[in-house]
Design a protein around this ligand. Structure first.
Ligand SMILES: *[C@@H]1O[C@H](CO)[C@@H](O)[C@H](O)[C@H]1NC(C)=O
Length: 328
């Protein structure tokens, strides 16, 4: 009897250690969530419910465990009409949950989608496959998913995200507008190499469409920061930053992965009447990849990304709300 139990235990332990800590943690969070829900449903004592909620909260706030499994982080977005976001969300969520090693968040809205996901490095190609299989409305072919995935130049020690959230949202990126603008009319994308030359032209107008804590960590030499703490504060700041710029002069703008510049570019074109808006293609992340290959860079300091914040011992951990308010 004892021998059998030992054998079972050994097998269980081996199976457990083969699963990366980030995935185990996700599993644990799910367990605690359903424990909490069933305590609430069964009318347990308030103190018992409170304790269960606290335990769940603690786990969610904890930095993700270091696995020795390197994570690759990709952001991605697309703006076009999505017919039934809730249907797409259900399929995408099921596929990513089944994969089991994907953490991060994806928002799908009728205006498009926006997300950031982390996977163990060797799973990169598989992610594109999973995405296009699950949601051909967003990525008709695997090739489309490969093109959309904007991978960080460097993998991280472990996943910067705590859990997987796939949600239907009113907007793919919260902007504060009553009515959406035409997101197709948002200016031209400039690849990193051309961007590198263009922003060095004397008198170039270069706007940093990120928040203050990002601009402070590092930026392109000569760029004007918008001094925002969240993206929705951008509009009056763009008015201000461009007040003295002639409407037919080129306006260069950049953000971390490119999604914010779609909306900022549309605003500057459609609301402010600028004719020549140029957005850094795939943002600072793509410029960093280019700079690593070319050995040249006009970016000074650090590109602020979530994983660096999570890595820093004293830094607070990004919550789901933070991710929404401070998009890539
Ligand atoms: C943000 O602050 C910097 C430094 O004070 C300033 O140079 C810049 O013009 C400000 N940006 C805007 C849009 O007002």
């Amino acid at each position: 009897m004892r021998i059998i139990m030992l054998a079972l235990f050994a097998r269980g332990a081996r199976a457990l250690s083969a699963v990366p800590a980030a995935a185990r943690r996700l599993q644990k969070i799910k367990e605690l969530e359903s424990k909490h829900a069933s305590l609430v449903a069964s009318g347990a004592k308030p103190a018992v419910i409170r304790n269960a909620r606290k335990e769940l909260g603690r786990l969610k706030r904890m930095p993700p465990p270091v696995d020795g499994v390197e994570s690759a982080v990709a952001t991605f977005y697309g703006f076009f009409a999505v017919e039934e976001p809730s249907v797409v969300v259900a399929r995408l969520r099921a596929a990513l949950e089944e994969d089991g090693l994907v953490l991060g968040s994806v928002s799908v809205a009728s205006e498009g989608y926006n997300g950031a996901l982390a996977v163990p490095v060797e799973r990169r190609t598989r992610l594109a496959q999973t995405l296009s299989n699950a949601a051909p409305e967003l990525w008709p072919t695997e090739e489309d998913a490969i093109k959309a995935l904007n991978w960080d130049a460097q993998p991280t020690r472990s996943s910067p995200f705590h859990r997987l959230l796939v949600k239907e949202k009113k907007r793919a990126l919260v902007d504060g507008f009553e009515e959406p603008l035409d997101w197709d009319d948002c200016g031209a994308e400039v690849p990193p190499e051309a961007w590198h030359d263009e922003i060095a032209q004397p008198g170039a107008t270069v706007l940093d469409v990120r928040n203050t804590y990002e601009s402070d960590a590092g930026s392109f030499a000569g760029a004007t920061p918008l001094n925002t703490s969240t993206f929705v504060e951008s509009w009056p700041r763009l008015d201000e930053a461009l007040a003295d710029v002639s409407r037919d002069e080129p306006v260069h703008m950049f953000c971390t992965g490119g999604v914010r510049c779609v909306k900022a570019g549309a605003y500057v074109k459609q609301k402010l009447g600028f004719t020549d808006v140029r957005r850094l293609e795939h943002g600072v992340v793509a410029y960093e990849r280019w700079a690593a290959g070319s050995g040249e860079s006009r970016f000074e300091g650090e590109n602020f990304v979530f994983d660096k914040r999570v890595d820093a011992v004293e830094a607070p951990v990004m919550s789901d709300e933070d991710l929404e308010a401070r998009p890539p």
